[in-house]
Design a protein around this ligand. Structure first.
Ligand SMILES: [Zn+2]
Length: 459
């Protein structure tokens, strides 16, 4: 059977993952992600897809992140109505992420209309909350570690990728051909999640390369975090941590709980102040069977891996406002992770001018974001139109990325069996993908090249 594969995104870029598998009889999309980041990439979300969504038979998702799923409501609005396969945890996380993505699209359109920043009159959102809800109805759960026939003659086996809750690598068998999609590969020895699981590599391998040209710095995250907590307590004020609601918030909570249990830090109020982080933590708590051994052992001993002695979850506005009345050492974890929106803005406006405050960055801060401004030692930052003076102590720690570095990608590939006829490198900036392709050829003697946007190959 002839099988064609087209790269509709995440080719020489990190976002927009969409890989179309076609035979003479049917077609299947692996991931359905939105382009994010640079304007020229985001513009691609508005291009007509080169495939007809009405003809597409099914979609399979590697994990819940929007750059792998956020294009789903759009193809649904264009007539796609087939099944969308994913793991149980991915399905639950998408109940949060897809409607949120739609609300952001609708907000963008409202902003453009109000400020006349568009040639289109009126500007329309890429998709609406109604489209997102229609997409959610198509989700169908498939288990990890087992093969499921998703379309006649097409079998998919997901395995744990250790990246976020529910994340997978996918092996897709079409007739005699086997295609491996790495998905986003996580780190080894991270909180809660098992290490990336070895798979049998197919005839063709699509491998991510977010960190294809660099390793993560070796960091003892727990020790660094402990040091920052102690210095924040000495200053006597709040420790404010901007963090992504899904993944990062739960990792920080896990480390804080661990440090408290071992007596390395004092028991402090820990306030999770973001509706999405609160809901995501609930989902992380629910999917205990997806945890690694260490986290499961904690639960067997009656401990909560995702909760300190005094964790408070602030979902409503009123709960959030109660935080304002608190004084003394306390930890506030809030989104967004780069201080671009969300409740973190209110905390920053109030607490940045105070010398007793500590702000801790636990993730990459992109150029042009408020997070970057604060992190880089500026004297003030603009929030809600006001210039807010920065007198707080600003700290950053590393080691919390959800993506494996080069060494970890190679470790995962070395743990896998089989040897692909060729590897296509995806999900990385061009420089990173090129370096990783060269590394694979050098280390494994595989034919490897960087996938190009909208390139088609025969399998
Ligand atoms: Zn991801």
């Amino acid at each position: 059977m002839a099988v064609r594969l087209t790269f509709h995104g995440a080719a020489e870029s990190v976002t927009g993952s969409k890989f179309l598998l076609e035979t003479d009889k049917t077609s299947l999309l692996i991931d359905c992600g939105l382009f994010q980041g640079r304007k020229e990439l985001r513009k691609r979300n508005w291009d007509e897809p080169l495939f007809d969504p009405r003809e597409l038979a099914a979609v399979v998702l590697t994990h819940a992140h929007i750059d792998h799923t956020g294009y789903l409501p759009l193809i649904v609005s264009k007539g796609f109505h087939g099944p969308v396969y994913c793991t149980a945890a991915t399905k639950e996380l998408l109940q949060l992420l897809l409607p949120d993505s739609a609300r952001l699209q609708e907000e963008d359109a409202r902003f453009s209309n109000k400020h006349k920043t568009t040639r289109h009159n009126p500007a329309k959102p890429l998709y609406t909350e109604k489209d997102a809800k229609a997409a959610l109805k198509l989700l169908k759960v498939i288990p990890r570690g087992e093969s499921t026939e998703v379309l006649p003659g097409i079998h998919v086996t997901p395995s744990c990728a250790g990246h976020i809750l529910g994340s997978t690598s996918l092996n897709v068998r079409i007739g005699k051909k086997l295609v491996t999609f790495s998905g986003d590969i996580g780190r080894y020895d991270t909180p809660l999640l098992p290490d990336p699981e070895p798979v049998e590599l197919g005839d063709v391998l699509l491998c991510e390369s977010t960190y294809g040209d660099r390793d993560h710095k070796i960091a003892d995250t727990c020790a660094e975090l402990s040091k920052v907590v102690h210095s924040a307590v000495d200053r006597g004020g709040a420790l404010v941590i901007p963090a992504f609601a899904i993944g990062r918030t739960q990792n920080i909570l896990y480390y804080l709980a661990q440090l408290e249990r071992s007596g390395e830090i004092p028991i402090l109020p820990v306030l999770i102040d973001s509706p999405m982080a609160v809901d995501a933590t609930k989902i992380y708590r629910k999917f205990r069977h997806d945890y690694d051994e260490e986290a499961r052992e904690l639960i067997e001993k009656g401990q909560r891996p995702l909760g300190t002695e005094k964790t408070a979850f602030c979902r409503s506005r009123d709960e959030s406002k109660l935080i304002n009345g608190l004084k003394g050492p306390r930890i506030i974890i809030s989104a967004s992770g780069m201080v671009s929106g969300g409740r973190i803005l209110h905390h920053m406006r109030k607490l940045l001018p105070r010398e007793e405050t500590t702000v801790l960055f636990v993730g990459y801060q992109a150029h042009g974001t408020r997070g970057r401004t604060i992190q880089s030692g500026e004297k003030s930052v603009k929030i809600f139109g006001d210039h807010i003076p920065i007198r707080a102590n600003i700290q950053s720690i590393s080691g919390l990325s959800a993506h494996g570095g080069r060494e970890e990608l190679l470790r995962w590939l070395s743990s896998c069996s089989g040897s692909p006829n060729y590897a296509k490198i995806i999900h990385g900036e061009a420089k990173s993908s090129r370096a990783f392709a060269a590394t694979l050829t050098e280390k494994f003697s595989w034919k490897a090249s960087v996938a190009e946007y909208r390139e088609t190959i025969d399998i």
